[in-house]
Design a protein around this ligand. Structure first.
Ligand code: ADP
Ligand code: MG
Length: 261
């Protein structure tokens, strides 16, 4: 099944969650990370999962790639339930980037990029051509690929992490607060590049951020999670014009602006 886990009949959502619940054992009653969440992610769409810290966003994203398993409900990928031994195969078709990028520190940037393609049997020329193409897209000077992650700035490291996720032309890209650790200027530039990259390469994108403006800039659909439940699912305009409840109103209102001169 390598390389084909996401082949699906037309019209099937790439990912769907059906009443997915996840509990973690805790000191008292335990933590409900997800509570009967049902969502579909259609091919070719960009969705931002938003919500306060601890609301269940990362758990939801990890479910989509089989890194976490539901203890209620089910996750379908390409219309089929995700089997326990499939998550390695899935990693070839779904790129995943975390806040710290997750690059291997003992490998150069280039070798980080080459890991999966080499495993898939690509020759070095093909790997380098793809790396150069992605470096140009992400505006990363290609000579930096000779460096180790510790020799790169935070923004450069995240560019490499996104490039690594895109090397094998995945069907989907999952990003968990990819810009969360970056300063505002670097973050601003990377938002622009990510938007272009989404338009150019990625079929289906699910992105976690707690920044509403970033979510609205990058995604046409926002899903607000609170205490493990979906509170609102809609366009940025829906959130501003038709907030589902007081929590949504508070969330969208909790953005500071500079005082007017
Ligand atoms: P978010 O990404 O929205 O900040 P998470 O999905 O990481 O939230 O976490 C949701 C809830 O589940 C939190 O209360 C968190 O503490 C808890 N949680 C997440 N992962 C674990 C874990 N491995 N063990 C125990 N509790 C966890
Ligand atoms: Mg998180």
């Amino acid at each position: 099944m390598a390389g084909t886990p996401l082949r699906r009949p037309r019209g099937t959502p790439l990912f769907s969650l059906e009443k997915v619940s996840k509990h973690y054992a805790g000191t008292d009653a335990g933590v409900v990370a997800l509570n009967q969440v049902s969502l579909r992610f259609e091919p070719g769409t960009v969705t931002a999962l938003i919500g306060t810290s601890g609301s269940g966003k990362s758990t939801l994203l990890r479910m989509l790639i089989g890194l976490d398993r539901p203890d209620g409900g089910r996750v379908l990928v390409g219309g089929k339930p995700l089997l326990p031994d499939e998550h390695l195969a899935l990693r070839r078709r779904v790129g995943y980037v975390t806040q710290d990028g997750g690059l291997f520190p003992h490998l150069t940037a280039r070798d980080n990029l080459a890991l999966l393609p080499r495993h898939l049997g690509w020759n070095p020329e093909r790997i380098d051509a793809r790396a150069r193409e992605l470096a140009a897209r992400m505006q990363l000077p290609p000579e930096l690929l000779r460096r180790y992650p510790a020799e790169l700035s935070g923004g450069q490291r995240q560019r490499v992490a996104v490039m690594r996720a895109l090397m094998s032309s995945p069907d989907a890209l999952l990003l968990d607060e990819p810009l969360g650790a970056l300063d505002p200027v670097v973050r601003f530039d990377l938002q622009e590049q990510l938007r272009q990259v989404f338009a150019t390469y990625a079929n289906t994108v699910v992105l976690v951020t707690h920044d509403l403006a970033e979510a609205a800039f990058l995604a046409s659909r926002l899903v607000l999670i609170h205490d493990g439940s979906v509170v609102q699912d809609g366009t940025p305009e829906d959130f501003m014009a038709r907030p589902a409840d007081d929590f949504v109103r508070r969330f969208t209102g909790a953005q500071r602006r500079l005082p007017q001169a």
